[in-house]
Every structure is written in C-alpha cells, then in structure tokens.
Design a binder for this molecule. Structure first.
Ligand code: NAP
Length: 493
C-alpha cells in the first residue's frame, strides 16, 4: 500500500503530543509540530533548561566535531558561529535561543521527570510527580549519550580529592593549581587533554586504549564572514549544503564500506601521529592497535601538541586500584593526584530507559528489548502504537550531524501525526515482520563496516554487533522519505 492510499474519513481532529526531552531532538520535534500548526504539545524535561547533552556537558575544551554551518537546524541558520567547529557553550546558546524565539518555553515542563508512560484505551497516559495526563502521541527524545558510565575501579570512592564525571563538571574546583588524573581517552578525554595540557600543574592521562586522531584545525570565523552570513542568508544556506555533502560523502561512507573515503581518513590519522609525535616511546604509547574509525572517529587539532607539553603524562599501565591519594597502576606505582576526572563515557544502550514505557497489551519496552534495543528504522517498536522515538536504536549516530538525522526522523513522525489529524488512522505501529526484516538486513550489512574490525567501543551491543546504521549516511533519509504503510499495523476505526 502506498503512503497516499488512505482515504480521508473524518474532518481534521485535534491531536495532542507528549515529547519527552527538551534537547536537540525534542526541540526539533516541537518546531515541526509548530510549523504544521499543532499547538497541543507538551515537552517534559527533567532539568531546568533545554539543551540535553549540550546543557549537561560543560567540560573544558568541549566543542562539536561536526562543522558548525551544518550543525544547525536547516530551518534556523546561525550566522554567529565563532569557529568552524562550534564550541559547546555556543551550541547550548543556540538551542536556548531557538526555544525562546519560537515560543517553545511555554510548552516545556521543566524539572519534571516522566516516570511512566502507558498506552491504554487508545491514549498515552503519561505519569509525572504532578499526576497523570493523556496524549494521543508519545515522542521520546531522550538522547543517546545521557547516562554517565562510572568505571568499576576498586577504591574509587576512597579518593580524598574531588572526583566527577566529565558530563558533571564541577566548575567550583580550580584547575591551574591541580595535579589532575584523567581517566579515558575517547572523544571527551581527548578534548579535555587538548585544552588542559600545559595549563594545569600536572595532567596524568590514564589511557586504556590508544585512539586514532584525525587533525582538524578549528579555524575562527572572521567578523567579516559573520557579517556576510547575516547580510546574505543564501551564503549560510550554501555553507549548510556544502558541509552536509562533505561530511556525508566522506565520513558518512568511510566507516560503512571500504573505499577511498576510508583510505583517506585512515591515512590522515596515521600521518598525523607520525608527523606530530617525535619521541619514540610516546609514539609507541599513542599508537592504536585497531584500525582508524573502528572506535568513533576523533577530530582534534591540538591533542598531540598538548600531550607533549611539560607536566603532561600518558600512562598506559592498567589501573589496578584507586587510593585516597591517587591512582595505583598494575606496576605498583602510586600516581598522586588532587582531582580525578572520569571521561569514561555513557551507557549508550539505555535509550529511553530507565523510564517505564508500557505498550499495547501490557508489554513493557524493557520486555520488548530483552535481547537488546531494536526498532523499525530507529523510530517505532511493534506493539507500541503512536509511539515514536527520535535517536532510537541504530540511528546513524556516527559523525553525521545528529540534527540532520533528527529532522528527518521528526518529518517522518509528522507524516504519521498528519494521518491522525486527518482522521485517516487512529493508531500505527510497525509490524513485527517488518521490524525483524529491517534488523536482519542491518545485521547482514554489518560485516563490511569498520566497527567490527576488532576493537571494543560503546557502539557494540551485548552480542558484539554495532548499534549503528550500517549503510551510507544518505540512505537513511531515503528510508524515511515516504513511510511504507504496509510495514505498519494501522488501525483506522
Ligand atoms: P567513550 O568514547 O566511551 O570513551 C570512554 C573512555 O574511557 C575510553 O577511552 C575508555 O577506554 C575509557 N574507560 C572506560 N572505562 C574505563 C576504565 N574502567 N578504566 C580505564 N579507562 C576506561 O566516551 P566519551 O569520550 O565520553 O565519548 C562518547 C561519545 O560522545 C563519543 O564517541 C561521541 O559520540 C560523543 N562526543 C562527541 C563529541 C563531539 O565533538 N561531537 C565530543 C565528546 C563526545 P577503552 O577505549 O579502552 O574502552
């Protein structure tokens, strides 16, 4: 059945929408609803401000590694970016501005945790501390990297100095006078090292696995360029188009199939290390054993420069335990530090959980995902009618702009919401068959990706398979362009 084959059966009806999360994707969904003239929506947000991961992460050196011109909503260009890769606080400011200028704040319930959402009698019953409210549609926009992962290291709690996760940075702690122990060298650890190396008394970086680093000088945007972007909006639009093609044609293809894009990225990483680090011992420490891109790609202009500054040490002996005065490595050395920063990543497989979502017939999402999170095109789950996920399992979260992905997902959700408004349907959820087939197809495509070439990363699920989109970045918008209605259980009366 084609997407157009529903017949209009009733006049346009009011559809109420609950969105969980006022981060990048929740605001995107809200904007799409507003543009379609849907005013009956509520965004539930557990914090006191919008921004999601950009609100939570405030560590020194934070920036987005997607070009700023492309890391924007297509419907809200930003001529004010200060750098080619936008600093974290600017990204957060951008989302705050979008929420304010579009009048979204009156729809947001700040400091409100949704504890439970249940589908019953054709509605979603959403529970918060304030009570229960019902909605026609539930959209989860809870982000991917939300729940900090704390390392399971013996004695961590005995350390006497301040200790915090990178996404919970305590800005009351002064840094220049400190000997800092930094655990983790993923995208976050690398950015922190690049920023703090040489700027603090000592920086001891505990590296369990070396990472490939791709150089990307973060060029400042001149005031003249900003003025030109303000004056001629088509320039901004061109920048968006250019960077979207650049990112998707190179970094959207490189990880998923062998070819010149992969060769280019891998060669750049290898030469970057070769040319940037002279000391043989340090170079050996920093040389990864796996292929570039097997873990998430890292772009950083200053990391290698920072690790060669006085007072910076890369420690590769495994951590044995933590004591009140510092970190003890397997060789018995006590590395004394004043402050411990845990850049140890996130639980990337939680998605909307621990919030309890109960679908048709009483089955919970926890039960539906007993074998790991799966979804139809990352958006829907069988048995959960009128529930849509933004940034759900297998969303293409590699190095494409997540904003671009969220927009495509929100457009897709809008198509279904329009069917509800037009009275063509009363509910829809993907079929088990279509969901299974989609996931099988993805599984079959995984072996050609670089993510399965022998490293461990947060991409991998408990079966050891990447929870990512295994095809070109351009394929995902194609898959979402026109809903295939036969892949859905649709109720029309
Ligand atoms: P991550 O990539 O999961 O890295 C965690 C780091 O902690 C790894 O180096 C890991 O070592 C280490 N680690 C974990 N447990 C440890 C333990 N018990 N002992 C020693 N080391 C331990 O986390 P992340 O760096 O926070 O980045 C997560 C994701 O956030 C990125 O991949 C990216 O998608 C996103 N991010 C994006 C940007 C951006 O610019 N757009 C910036 C920051 C983060 P192993 O490698 O050995 O596991």
């Amino acid at each position: 059945m084609s997407a157009k084959s529903f017949q209009q059966t009733q006049p346009r009806r009011n559809v109420s929408v609950a969105i969980i999360g006022a981060g990048m994707s929740g605001l995107c969904m809200a904007a799409k609803l507003q543009d379609a003239g849907v005013d009956d929506f509520t965004i539930f947000e557990s914090a006191d401000e919008v921004g999601g991961t950009w609100r939570d992460n405030t560590y020194p050196g934070l920036h987005c590694d997607v070009p700023s011109r492309y890391y924007t909503y297509s419907f809200r260009p930003n001529p004010e970016w200060s750098h080619m890769l936008p600093p974290g606080p600017e990204v957060q400011q951008y989302f705050r501005q979008v929420a304010t200028e579009r009048g979204m704040r009156s729809h947001i319930r700040f400091c409100t945790d949704v504890t439970d959402a249940t589908y019953q009698d054709g509605k979603w019953w959403v529970t918060t501390a304030a009570g229960v409210e019902k909605f026609d549609v539930l959209v989860t926009a809870t982000g991917v990297l939300r729940i900090p992962r704390y390392p399971d290291i013996q004695g961590l709690e005995t350390f006497t100095g301040p200790t915090f996760h990178s996404s919970r940075w305590d800005h009351s702690v002064s840094l220049p006078d400190k000997r800092i122990g930094l655990i983790g060298t993923g995208s976050t650890g690398v950015q922190i090292t690049a920023e703090l190396g040489g700027e603090v008394k000592q920086l001891k970086v505990f590296q369990r696995t070396a990472q490939w680093i791709c150089p990307w000088p973060n060029v400042r945007v001149s005031t003249r360029t900003k003025a030109a972007m303000r004056r001629w909006p088509w320039l901004n639009a061109f920048g968006y188009w250019f960077w979207s093609r650049f990112v998707r044609l190179i970094f959207g293809v490189a990880p998923v199939r062998p070819g010149w894009q992969r060769w280019l990225y891998q060669t750049q990483c290898r030469w970057n290390l070769r040319l940037s680090v002279r000391d043989r011992e340090l170079k050996a420490k920093l040389t990864p054993r796996d292929q570039p891109m097997c873990k998430r790609m890292i772009f950083a202009g200053h990391f290698y420069r920072a690790v060669q500054k006085p007072g910076v040490e890369i420690i590769t002996d495994p951590i044995d335990r933590i004591e009140p005065r510092g970190v003890v490595t397997a060789d018995g050395t006590l590395h004394e530090v004043d402050l411990l920063v845990l850049a140890t990543g996130f639980d990337a497989h939680a998605y909307v959980r621990p919030l309890t979502i109960t679908g048709d017939g009483g089955r919970t999402l926890e039960e539906a995902w007993a074998d790991g999170p799966t979804a139809y095109r990352s958006i829907g789950v069988p048995g959960f009618p009128n529930m849509f996920m933004l940034m759900g399992p297998h969303s293409p979260v590699g190095n494409d702009s997540l904003i671009h992905i969220a927009e495509n997902q929100a457009n897709y959700v809008m198509w279904w919401i329009d069917q509800l408004r037009e009275g063509r349907i009363i509910s829809a959820s993907p079929t088990e068959t279509a969901t299974k087939a989609y996931n099988e197809e993805m599984k079959a495509a995984m072996p050609q990706t670089v993510w399965l070439t022998g490293c461990s990363s947060w991409y991998l699920n408990k079966d050891g398979l990447p929870e990512l989109f295994p095809w070109d970045a351009d394929r995902y918008p194609e898959l979402l362009r026109a809903p295939e209605v036969t892949d859905f259980d649709v109720r029309t009366s």
